[in-house]
Design a binder for this molecule. Structure first.
Ligand SMILES: [Mn+2]
Length: 439
């Protein structure tokens, strides 16, 4: 006999709280605001529960008070509305080889979320959530199973996990794992391994890949809420609002985040006025600007990076990133670009991990390791990086103060919208440079 069930929920993933993208605190606030918006949406729709399929946080160990406050303040909103939040840990949330206490466990200990993961004791243990630990939980007409990120062990763990799944009403399986063929990142498995859960599971709720996709109305991946790297900008991403009433209905809900402007320009041909013209065509509020500039080596030398940045400053950007591709003439051998290309690839790869721009250092390490595995020179090199980073921090601080002084007020429509949006105390405290205000 079929038991009728009716379920309503929101499925989100890859929130990356605490990500100071480009070293910008404003960007970290964008990620928090995106999370707040998503949870408020769920509350407005009066859902039965919220699923967070991993990567709530950007960093797994170094937590700072502002980030923790962002997470708990928003999760408290859901708790006040009596909406349970069911989560699993992503690669950014936990160390997956050792089973240590994570910040997600901490939030679970404060009744702010249900952190589902199997345990291991002579094989896999899949038990009901007891308020502290567990792999599945029953909420209303739904049962939700969770599996955290296991990296290269994912397939093995899933193989052990799958036979333990027992259908209970509308059954969800949520995991932080990617599917091969969507994005070339680590931690993906073939889709077939999950399609095999059909019959026992009604909805597979994934996270990890930062773009949305749906397979067979069975596997769902919403993508990241904010733009974690420039290549994600403009990609379909959002959260899934799902209703089940003997029939599955879902929609991808998108929210507008920080504006990005991605531009290619040949300065020799178009000049700085060409750049100005191109920039003016965008209607963006305090955007992140990525400029790929190509020109002759001579032009770069004569013009300099600052002149280009001055032009971009006209549109009041939040961040300006430039990458130059210079040539000495028509007959520049392609191989000359190899280093740039390699550097570009590494920049893209490490950008997502919050280490800042360390492409040069990675390349240098690569050359040390590929010439000879010489530990003393590795040590020396690491030490020199650490010294350099110390200096950079000072400089960043200075330029931040300068930026603050230069900040202009703008009154575009988007700005008004933002002001109307509910803003937390931590955001204000942050704007004041972290100083506590008297009430
Ligand atoms: Mn992620």
């Amino acid at each position: 006999m079929r038991v009728p069930c009716s379920v309503k929920f929101v499925h989100m993933a890859d929130i990356h709280l605490g990500y100071r993208q480009y070293g910008s605190e404003e960007r970290a606030l964008d990620f928090a605001q995106a999370f707040l918006r998503a949870v408020k949406f769920a509350i407005e729709r009066k859902v039965d529960f919220i699923i967070i399929a991993g990567d709530l946080f950007h960093k797994r160990s170094e937590m700072d008070p502002a980030t923790l406050a962002q997470a708990s303040k928003v999760l408290e909103k859901a708790r006040k509305a009596d909406i349970p939040v069911v989560a699993v840990e992503g690669n950014h949330d936990s160390t997956y080889f050792r089973d240590s206490y994570s910040w997600m466990d901490y939030l679970a200990a404060h009744d702010l979320l249900i952190n589902l993961k199997p345990s291991f004791d002579n094989g896999i243990v899949v038990e009901e959530w007891n308020g502290q630990n567990g792999s599945y939980v029953d909420i209303g007409d739904a049962r939700i199973y969770g599996m955290k990120y296991y990296g290269s062990m994912t397939e093995k763990v899933l193989e052990m996990y799958a036979p333990k799944i027992r259908k209970g009403g509308f059954t969800v399986f949520t995991a932080h794992v990617g599917i091969e063929g969507y994005m070339n990142i680590y931690g993906c498995i073939p889709a077939s391994k999950l399609h095999r859960l059909k019959g026992r599971v009604d909805y597979v709720a994934l996270g990890h890949i930062h773009r949305s996709f749906v397979e067979d109305s069975f596997i769902f991946n919403p993508g990241s809420l904010e733009t974690c790297e420039v290549s994600e900008y403009g990609v379909e991403r959002g959260l899934f609002y799902v209703e089940y009433d003997e029939k599955l209905k879902y929609e991808l809900v998108r929210f507008k985040g920080r504006d990005f402007i991605v531009l290619n320009i040949n300065i020799d041909e178009e000049g700085l006025s060409g750049l100005e013209e191109k920039l003016r065509k965008f209607k963006a509020e305090k955007p992140v600007v990525h400029l790929s500039i190509s020109c002759k080596r001579e032009t770069k030398r004569n013009l300099g990076e600052e002149a280009v940045k001055e032009v971009v400053k006209e549109i009041d950007p939040l961040v300006v990133k430039t990458s130059w591709s210079v040539s000495d003439g028509i007959f520049t051998p392609v191989l000359d670009n190899r280093k740039d290309i390699e550097k570009g690839v590494i920049e893209q790869l490490v950008q997502n991990y919050g280490y800042g721009n360390i492409a040069d250092e990675v390349l240098r390490l690569k050359s040390i390791f590929s010439s000879s595995f010489d530990i003393p020179s590795v040590d020396r090199f690491i030490e020199s990086i650490l010294e350099m980073r110390g200096g950079e921090k000072e400089e960043k601080k200075k330029s931040k103060e300068k930026r603050k002084r230069e900040r202009k007020s703008s009154t575009t429509e988007v700005e008004v919208e933002r002001q109307e949006e509910e803003v937390w105390d931590w955001r204000r405290a942050y704007d004041k440079g972290g100083k506590t205000r008297k009430h």
